[in-house]
Write a new protein. Structure first.
Length: 279
């Protein structure tokens, strides 16, 4: 059965962190339709003044943040003692779990192009230990397809295996298509699937989707993607539908208001970090 678009969300320009100019696509208003994908921010600029202010030290609990830097650089530093930089084509995967503090710096580059995805964690896993993983270029396979290629950022594609999440499963592909090329992708029937047009307009499930737009797909086992009259770059994400209650406050996403209140109480009392290493 062919998947169809059930929701389209066009990103809008805003600022976050210390003044980073970005395109916010998904957020609290889209949670129900895009479950388990919570937030999606897109970065695309050739002007370093748009982003070099970065994201100063801040907390997270109850989610995973997955940053894909297709062009440019991002430096991560956290309360577990990790300090790491990803560059062109690499991924940062951070599990906030029970609580983590981190900062992200965006050094000047010729072009910053990429996205940050917030993936929800199930109620049973929200208080698991935090962690950090760098997915290097050597860990990411480029798989040729007719008229383009797939970069396997995480999960599996056919008989290929990329980075495997310890919590919610995620198949994450960066699909590149030459102008006019088309591609038929097999999907698991019940999975929650979204696509994001990172570069260029494209036809997804037969509908023309503008650049910097996220679409939620219906259930199905096949998805058709076609480039328009320009090359395109489409991010494909597939995971499990959670269907759990959500209590969201800024950088913290829990299941109940009581849990959310406790998280902020922990911050005030200095007990937020369940797993603490000197920062």
């Amino acid at each position: 059965m062919q998947r169809k678009i059930v929701k389209q969300i066009r990103g809008y320009r805003t600022r976050d962190g210390a003044g980073v100019n970005l395109v916010r696509v998904l957020g609290p208003a889209t949670v129900k339709d895009f479950d388990p994908f919570l937030m999606l921010d897109s970065f695309d600029s050739t002007n370093p003044e748009d982003y070099i202010a970065g994201f100063p030290l801040h907390p997270h609990r109850g989610i995973e943040t997955i940053s894909y830097v297709y062009r440019g650089k991002m430096t991560h530093r956290d309360s577990l003692g990790n300090e790491d930089t990803v560059v062109d084509g690499e991924v940062q995967w951070m599990t906030a779990g029970s609580g983590i503090m981190h900062e992200e710096k965006l050094p000047a580059s010729e072009r910053l192009l990429g996205v940050q995805l917030w993936l929800n964690m199930s109620a049973k896993n929200k208080m698991k230990d935090p962690g950090y993983k760098k997915i290097k270029k050597t860990d990411i396979e480029d798989i040729p397809i007719d008229g383009g290629l797939i970069r396997l950022l995480a999960g599996s594609y056919e008989n290929k295996q990329g980075f495997k999440s310890s919590h919610l499963p995620l198949d994450y592909y960066d699909i590149h298509l030459e102008k006019g090329s088309s591609f038929s992708l097999k999907t698991e029937q019940k999975k929650s699937v979204i696509c994001f047009t990172l570069v260029g307009d494209a036809y997804i499930a037969g509908e023309l989707v503008a650049e910097k737009t996220a679409v939620k797909l219906s259930e199905g086992d096949t998805l058709e993607i076609k480039a328009s009259d320009v090359p395109c770059q489409i991010l494909f994400m597939s995971s499990d539908f959670l269907g759990e209650s959500i209590a969201w406050g800024g950088p913290i996403v829990m299941n109940t208001q009581e849990e959310l209140n406790k998280a902020f109480d922990d911050l005030e009392r200095g007990t937020f970090l369940q797993k603490k290493i000197e920062y």
